[in-house]
Design a protein around this ligand. Structure first.
Ligand SMILES: [Zn+2]
Length: 171
């Protein structure tokens, strides 16, 4: 998926986290209602740091280039850049662990997880616990990253997330 797609779902997740941290004692660390949503938005775009051609990769070029060099022996470069930074299984584990042990990072890993769920809808899928690949759509549905269909689906998901949250908790 592209930057716009990821950031729209990241903002929707951040909005929900903001509401939940304000309404319920979800986290007890200081400024949780700010740190959790901001972390979610940053996390929603950060996995593409493994590609120097992505918007995040271009913004953080030295880090992105270093990751690219380190990834070469694992053949995770360019179109096939989705390696450890795109591992959905690892992201879920980190999200669960952070919820219990490092709550300040929970929003961030939730954002990372949202990125990987969206990327798993592309035909190339994402790795799961280093070996397996996951695709969330059938193989014959070709929703390519950066296509208008992919962006539209992401906007729809973001809208449903915010709409669903408002219906559940605000009305
Ligand atoms: Zn990605």
């Amino acid at each position: 998926m592209n930057f716009k797609a990821h950031v729209s779902v990241g903002i929707a997740g951040g909005y929900i986290l903001y509401g939940l941290t304000k309404s319920f004692p979800v986290f007890t660390f200081p400024d949780a209602e700010l740190i959790a949503p901001i972390g979610c938005v940053i996390g929603s775009v950060i996995p593409d740091i493994d590609s120097p051609n992505s918007r995040v990769g271009k913004a953080l070029k030295p880090i992105s280039k270093t990751i690219e060099i380190l990834s070469k022996p694992f053949h995770k470069t360019e179109e096939n850049h989705r390696g450890i930074f795109h591992d959905l299984g690892l992201a879920i584990i980190f999200a669960v662990l952070s919820y219990f042990y490092f709550p300040a990072f929970f929003g961030f890993f939730l954002g990372v997880t949202s990125h990987l769920i969206l990327d798993a809808m592309n035909p190339s899928g994402v790795p799961f616990l280093l070996f397996k690949k996951v695709h969330l759509l059938p193989y014959n549905v070709k929703l390519y990253s950066g296509s208008s269909g992919a962006t539209a689906l992401s906007f729809l998901i973001a809208t449903l997330m915010i709409g669903g949250y408002i219906m559940l908790y605000k009305i």
